[in-house]
Design a protein around this ligand. Structure first.
Ligand SMILES: Nc1ncnc2c1ncn2[C@@H]1O[C@H](COP(=O)(O)OP(=O)(O)OP(=O)(O)O)[C@@H](O)[C@H]1O
Ligand SMILES: O=P(O)(O)OC[C@H]1O[C@H](OP(=O)(O)OP(=O)(O)O)[C@H](O)[C@@H]1O
Length: 210
């Protein structure tokens, strides 16, 4: 049995669609978002449905053999897992944004709000800029509007949330897509089964690109 950690939320639907296209016959339980464990006997798979940020944790600890995680989560969590395939779903990017009135050089005690404190800290370290990172759990765009921080580091997809809140993008940090990740021990013990999943998904990803 192969245990697969799936992220609930916005990646879930796209990941399920990808698996179905790869020939895995996922039952209607996958449309019931209260179920946390779904066994698919014919595929020899058990699916666990986790918070997106927790998927690499389940895979690192080996309670899931493989999983689907956003690159943002991978960078933030730095878990000891293999990233074996870019699934090219849930495309977005990480960016720095602020109010249009923001002036960098007048910023004497720079504060940056983010749901990704490690990613944000390492980005500003690389830029040689000292900032205080304020960790938030969502609605990051609120921070500059009420004076909690001058800049934010957050995900941008359509740019609608930034526009709706009168914020402008200052810098792009990194492009994001979802990845297939694997526990290193599972990869040694279940290499044939895992390779088959990787190959089947890779064929669909490549096919979608044509
Ligand atoms: N606006 C977006 N467009 C496309 N992909 C996104 C967007 N926001 C996030 N993602 C990707 O989807 C993943 C999961 O995002 P989602 O919003 O479902 O989870 P979350 O923010 O961790 O959950 P919650 O809102 O419950 O805390 C992120 O890790 C990222 O890779
Ligand atoms: O560029 P857009 O298409 O507008 O997408 C970007 C928004 O999507 C994500 O938020 P989410 O909806 O996950 O809510 P959250 O703020 O609670 O994390 C992200 O944090 C941005 O706020």
């Amino acid at each position: 049995m192969l245990t697969v950690a799936m992220p609930k939320g916005r990646i879930f639907e796209e990941a399920v669609e990808l698996l179905r296209k790869a020939g895995y016959n996922l039952p209607p339980e996958f449309e019931d978002n209260r179920r946390l464990i779904i066994d698919v006997e014919e595929a020899g798979m058990r699916f666990i449905l986790a918070k997106p940020m927790d998927v690499p944790t389940y895979v690192e600890h080996g309670v899931a053999d493989i999983g689907v995680a956003g690159k943002d989560t991978m960078i933030e969590e730095e878990r000891d897992v293999y990233e074996v395939l870019d699934l090219k779903i849930s495309e977005c990017y990480m960016a720095v944004a602020a109010l249009p009135t923001y002036e960098k050089n007048r910023d004497i005690a720079p504060k940056v709000a983010s749901k990704y404190p490690n990613l944000a800290a390492s980005y500003f370290r690389e830029q040689g800029e000292q900032v205080e990172i304020i960790k938030l759990n969502g609605s990051i765009e609120l921070a500059p509007l009420i004076g909690l921080a001058d800049r934010i580091v957050d995900i941008v997809s359509t740019g609608q949330t930034l526009r709706a809140n009168g914020l402008v993008e200052l810098e792009t940090i990194v492009p994001i897509t979802s990845r297939l990740i694997v526990n290193p021990v599972s990869y040694r013990m279940k290499d044939t089964v895992i390779d088959e999943v990787v190959e089947r998904l890779a064929a669909v990803v490549e096919g979608e690109e044509q």
